[in-house]
Design a protein around this ligand. Sequence first.
Ligand SMILES: [Zn+2]
Length: 278
Amino acid sequence: MSNPHLNTMLSVVVVTLFYGSAGAAIPLQQELLKTIKQSAQEKVTGKSATTPEEEIAIGRQIAGNLLGASPLVKDAKLQQYINHVGRWIADQSERPELAWHFGVIDSADMNAFAAPGGYIFVTRGLYQSLRSEAELAGVLGHEVGHVIRQHHLKILQQSKLLDLGSQALAKTVGGNDKAQRMIGSGAEIVSRALDKDAEFEADRIAVVLATRAGYDAYGLPAVLQQLGHVAKDEGSVALLFKTHPHPDDRLGKLDSSMDERFDKVKGKTLEKRLYHIP
Ligand SMILES: [Zn+2]
């Protein structure tokens, strides 16, 4: 049973980020252009020039497109609950001041997404496989890790193609074919997986944040263990497996970085507090 929906959705998200859609195209294009120009400056000055406001604006646009393709599960209590847990996790991070948004999107796939600026989504399929609030905390912590380390934003900033594309785009906003082609190649870069180290880093951050928040440190490892049992060719995990190292590899890495400190902390698993979708 193949479910290419999320895959398609992601491409739409990414492509729309660069091309814009009919209505919102111009402001976003200008927004991105500004951001990208600053990242070129950053290469000269060596410091980050993307402001938090720009980061949030880019993230909001991605989140809007994501929700357009795959809306939130219509359950206000569920959405309230995931925001409650997510913000508590994010509060333990070094960017508690971001306006964090969490949501469960209506997709049977098993996956989770993070957009710059603090927009985080878990699919219904993954959510329903969770067995405790500590597992949810682990999953959300991984995505919070991507946001605070600006993993996706850095890819946008670092892409040489994007620089070239933006220079061409700067001359002809609205774009000639050449500019569009280059921006298109930039989109491909972003829709590819993050590098493995970024994923392992997000896993380590997840464990630390969940532990700081008072949860059992082994929530994320438990989720990874379960995902590791899902067959590779199962449609529901196709995109997750394509964009992340295999759960067994992630578990192995976590195992070697989680020393006995975590065994000493008696965190909570909170099975009963996990909200169940009716
Ligand atoms: Zn990840």
